[in-house]
Design a protein around this ligand. Structure first.
Ligand SMILES: *[C@@H]1O[C@H](CO)[C@@H](O)[C@H](O)[C@H]1NC(C)=O
Ligand SMILES: *[C@@H]1O[C@H](CO)[C@@H](O)[C@H](O)[C@H]1NC(C)=O
Ligand SMILES: *[C@@H]1O[C@H](CO)[C@@H](O)[C@H](O)[C@H]1NC(C)=O
Length: 304
């Protein structure tokens, strides 16, 4: 946010105006959770609760550390990042990405997911559960760590506090029938990104771009009980790709971001099904992850 003093300095010293990071122009609203990674961050910082932006315990393979999961790919920053201040990151999974809960190892998943450390699970416990908020993220593909899109991947989702569902889900790969898939296996259905509503209806889909950044935003209006999706490619401005559609946004919970690879030939999704032995890591590149408040600050603000 540009304070008055910054504006004053810019007026007094026009020569330095260009030193103001450009991404400030693109983020228009108060930020609730900033999950953009400062350029100086190391992989080991993700292991340290005092230095990481994220919860360091959840959600990852039992015997893995975040420093072995997170990588910093050598790619151009995404649209809401400035190379001087922030850098993209990659979340990886492999054969050992098995999360263990009290009921046992979740062998249906290969998963690694980040939770912002200030994102509380209880309904109403943080500002992202109220009013009008927009969840922003950009994704890019890593040709060196390809996914197996015969499987469904959940990449970004807001999970209810009672873990009984998601207010929205961003997924790719072949959608399982349990998650709203129609059981038809085509290349188009494998190689797509989807935004699903709280009932798993697909409200937006777009082919995966193998070269460019793809930018997504999901706006939840907790007062009007609606969801609206925005999308753009590369450095283009976001534009609405759905209307405000009815959605049940209640239940609080947390934003999860990373990869949850689901099994094939499964009944329960979590506890059974097939996974090939993964000989190599699979990765998804993220940038420009933040959650903004569209009710505070400038009226009707939205970062596009
Ligand atoms: C990982 O792969 C090895 C073989 O490379 C296999 O023995 C092991 O059971 C696999 N682990 C899991 C959790 O699937
Ligand atoms: C983690 O390591 C322990 C000890 O070697 C092993 O018993 C357990 O199965 C491992 N967990 C996973 C999910 O591979
Ligand atoms: C991709 O997944 C399918 C379904 O599990 C499996 O049959 C296939 O062997 C996998 N492909 C690779 C390259 O691992």
């Amino acid at each position: 946010m540009l304070g008055l003093s910054t504006v004053a300095v810019a007026i007094l010293l026009p020569a330095f105006a260009s030193a103001i990071p450009k991404h400030h122009d693109r983020i228009q609203c108060p930020v609730i959770f900033d999950a953009r990674i400062p350029v100086k961050t190391s992989r080991a910082d993700f292991n340290d609760p005092t230095r990481s932006l994220f919860n360091t315990e959840y959600v990852k393979g039992q015997n893995l550390t975040w420093s072995s999961i997170i990588e910093f790919p050598n790619v151009e920053p995404s649209v809401f990042e400035d190379r001087k201040t922030h850098k993209p990151f990659e979340v990886t999974i492999d054969n050992d990405s098995i999360f263990v809960i009290s009921q046992g190892p979740q062998i249906g998943f290969r998963r690694a997911g980040l939770l912002h450390k200030d994102d509380a699970n209880e309904e109403g416990a943080d500002e992202a559960d109220k009013g009008v908020v927009t969840f922003h993220w950009s994704v890019k593909q890593d040709p060196k760590k390809p996914l197996n899109l015969t499987h469904e991947y959940m990449n970004v989702w807001h999970e209810r506090g009672d873990y009984m569902g998601n207010q929205f889900t961003f997924s790719m790969g072949l959608l399982l029938p349990q998650d709203g898939g129609d059981g038809i296996n085509t290349r188009a259905k494998r190689e797509q990104f989807r935004v699903q509503d709280n009932k798993n209806n697909i409200i937006f889909d777009v082919p995966i771009d193998w070269k460019n950044w793809q930018n997504f935003a999901v706006q939840l209006d907790h007062d009007k009980s609606t969801i609206k999706v925005f999308y753009s490619k590369g450095k283009d401005r976001l534009r609405a790709v759905t209307k405000a559609l009815p959605n049940d946004n209640t239940g609080g919970g947390q934003l999860q971001l990373g990869m949850a690879k689901k099994p094939t030939e499964t009944e329960t999704v979590v506890w059974d099904g097939y996974h090939e032995v993964m000989k190599k890591k699979e990765g998804q590149i993220y940038g420009g992850v933040f959650v903004e408040d569209n009710t505070q600050g400038r009226r009707g603000c939205f970062s596009e």
